[in-house]
Design a protein around this ligand. Structure first.
Ligand code: ZN
Length: 212
């Protein structure tokens, strides 16, 4: 876990609600619901979340609160168990075409999956560079609107890359049809994230972390 995320987590009670979203970047719209159900079964049976749903998340009507075994999947050194007492501490599952983002701040850079070159999106003062950002923002918007053939040409190698394939610094963005959004949980243990990815069929995943 990076120092940045530790700091973000520790500040959450002061500045707002912190979330971690595990995003499946590969599952199709058709398969998202079934895969979501499989993962939820695993999370409930292993005690990570409870089966009952109630009003415990933001941006959705209801979610699943932490279960009795939640301590096994989060980094206890990063905080205590007080998140269990919060009103907003549930898991919300999104099963529709979505642009998941880190909430506050701007994306710093994005890397091409073909040539590996990182394109910086901000200047030395961390302001977005409009002409560079527009290229990617247009592609993301087109994909979000349902254009499956949208592409963004790589500024370095000029290959046409699908919006879903770009790799965002710090996982600022992730585009996909399935996301698991956990509210106000301490940072996940790396082995939990790895197991999550394995159960998602070894799909590419992103861990989008941020706050509202
Ligand atoms: Zn490239």
């Amino acid at each position: 876990m990076s120092r940045k995320y530790m700091l973000t987590y520790c500040l959450r009670s002061i500045v707002g609600d912190w979330f971690q979203t595990i995003v499946d970047k590969d599952v199709s719209a058709q398969n998202a619901q079934a895969l979501a159900a499989n993962i939820l079964d695993w999370l409930i049976s292993s005690g990570v979340v409870v089966a009952e749903r109630d009003d415990c998340v933001l941006g959705a009507e209801s979610g699943h609160r932490p279960g009795p075994a939640v301590a096994a999947v989060v980094d206890s050194a990063a905080g205590d168990s007080s998140f269990r007492d919060l009103w907003t501490n549930g898991l919300a599952i999104v099963t529709e075409r979505s642009v998941f983002d880190a909430g506050q701040g701007d994306p710093i850079a994005v890397s091409c999956p073909r040539c590996g070159t990182a394109t910086r999106l901000v200047d030395d003062c961390y302001e977005l560079i409009p002409e560079v950002w527009e290229l990617f923002g247009t592609g993301i918007h087109a994909w979000a609107e349902g254009q499956d053939d949208a592409v963004v040409p790589c500024p370095s190698c000029a290959q046409q890359v699908e919006p879903t394939d770009w790799i965002w610094a710090d996982d600022y963005f992730a585009l996909g049809h399935l996301g698991f959004k956990f509210w106000n949980w301490p940072p996940f243990r790396p082995d939990f994230v790895a197991e999550f990815g394995r159960r998602l069929g070894d799909h590419r995943i992103a861990l989008v972390e941020g706050k509202l």
